[in-house]
Ligand binder design. Structure first.
Ligand code: FES
Length: 160
């Protein structure tokens, strides 16, 4: 259950774009920017407020990969496992990160909501393989040790 503040914020966002069907995507983008994910309850709420069906709102949200229905951590780490990164040993990098953070194939986000780990197929920086990003900041030529160092710096609040 979301508390009332979520609905108050969502009302402000709806007000900003106008309660019309064409506002659906910018409203969803702002909600996700605010909470780092798109809570299902809010999507239902937005749909009713702007006059689109819930089914339509969900189909739009699921069509765009950038929308997430799962809460994500403050730092979203994307480890590339495209071909170039894979051959340069991206898998040990990801395994080291998951071990360091106590994550596994089913659990992608730490309980303290600090870190989420995702795998992506190519970050478009193959010359720097293996690559990972932290909230879109690129970290090139990763090794397991370097990746853990990045995490430790973030835990210390030393870098973002
Ligand atoms: S395969 Fe990793 S950046 Fe392209």
């Amino acid at each position: 259950m979301l508390d009332q503040s979520y609905y108050t914020k969502t009302d402000e966002i709806i007000e900003h774009y106008g309660p019309k069907a064409a506002s659906l995507i910018p409203i969803m983008q702002d909600i996700q920017a605010e909470y780092r994910y798109l809570p299902g309850e809010l999507l239902t709420y937005v749909a009713s407020k702007i006059g689109v069906t819930e089914a339509k709102a969900y189909s739009v949200a699921t069509f765009y990969e950038n929308f997430s229905f799962e809460p994500k951590g403050k730092y979203v780490i994307k480890v590339c496992d495209g071909t170039a990164c894979h051959v340069r040993k991206s898998v040990p990098v990801k395994e080291a990160l998951m071990k360091e953070l106590g994550l596994n194939a089913k659990k992608h986000t730490t309980d303290d909501m600090m870190f989420t780990i995702e795998t992506v197929s190519c970050l478009g920086a193959c010359g720097l393989a293996p690559v990972m990003t932290v909230n879109d900041e690129v970290h090139p030529k990763m090794t397991p040790d370097l990746a853990i160092e990045v995490i430790q710096n973030l835990k210390k609040g030393g870098a973002e």
